[in-house]
Design a protein around this ligand. Structure first.
Ligand code: SF4
Ligand code: SF4
Length: 258
């Protein structure tokens, strides 16, 4: 289940200018129309596991969650206090995973998850995203991966896995920073940190398939928790890091884990 936001900051101020700017920016898109055309028919409700898991409590209906957050922000023209915003943060981070299942059920094609994501962006701009995500974002900024692994540790882990697996499959390698590979393979940072065997298993498949592949020593984490938090700047930087690695290595494709 999603981690609820916890406001640990002493600061009780809200930068309403930033909130208004974001609302104005979104207004040009489909958001206002979606909020206006929602018929409150409830057809999307049964598609949401939060709603089903809470005995069909109306407060977990997808449309209600959006109206209580982005809808209210529009109604109040962004003029909200921190307590209100904190309640909104509890909803957008704690009561919705932005899975988009409800969007598939709405006859009007209203994309609830995209609006929830916009609500997260607003909460994140006021430092109201959950602490776990804050820590991960800091790790992306400092090291380029959510687990704060150094490039040296990552390369050593790959070398260790190659050595162990080579006993089983002669000639197996985990090529790092190889130029001109057909596939640049990237992973979830939890793999080298906690499940390095996953990398070894991927290497076995590439080896058996005689694939021309490599892993970058930097830009190998394909997760993006900044996106979940609503931190667009760090999200973009993380995606760019991976694409830059592919360009630097002249890779034809980027492969991602799972
Ligand atoms: S996007 Fe959110 S509201 Fe919609 S089904 Fe998924 S968890 Fe429920
Ligand atoms: S989002 Fe769509 S399905 Fe859900 S209540 Fe509104 S109109 Fe009905």
């Amino acid at each position: 289940m999603a981690e609820a936001a916890v406001d640990t900051t002493e600061d009780q101020t809200v930068d309403t200018k930033v909130i208004k700017e974001r609302l104005d920016l979104l207004k040009g898109g489909r958001f206002k129309m979606w909020l206006e055309i929602c018929a409150h028919c409830g057809l999307c409700a049964d598609s949401c596991f939060f709603y089903l898991a809470h005995d069909k409590d109306p407060k977990y209906m997808p449309s209600h969650k959006v109206m209580k957050t982005l809808g209210e922000l529009y109604d109040k023209k962004g003029e909200v206090d921190r307590a209100t915003l904190k309640e909104m943060a509890e909803v957008v981070y704690g009561d919705c995973t932005a899975c988009r299942r409800c969007s598939m059920f709405c006859p009007f094609g209203i994309d609830i998850a995209t609006m929830i994501a916009a609500g997260r962006g607003i909460c994140c701009s006021q430092d109201l995203h959950p602490d776990g995500l804050k820590a991960a974002i800091q790790n992306y900024k400092d090291t380029g991966n959510q687990m704060a692994m150094s490039s040296e540790d990552f390369v050593e882990t790959c070398e260790w896995m190659a050595e162990e697996t080579e006993e089983e499959l002669k000639g197996l390698e985990i090529p790092i920073d190889k130029q001109g590979a057909r596939i640049m393979y990237t992973v979830n940072a939890r793999e080298p940190k906690f499940y390095p065997q996953d990398i070894a298993e991927a290497a076995m498949i590439f080896h058996a398939a005689r694939e021309n592949w490599t892993m970058p020593s930097n830009g190998w984490d394909d997760t993006n928790l900044a996106m979940f938090a609503g931190d667009g700047k760090t999200m973009t930087a993380q995606v760019k890091l991976v694409y830059d690695a592919a360009e630097r290595l002249g890779a034809e494709n980027i492969g991602i884990t799972e």
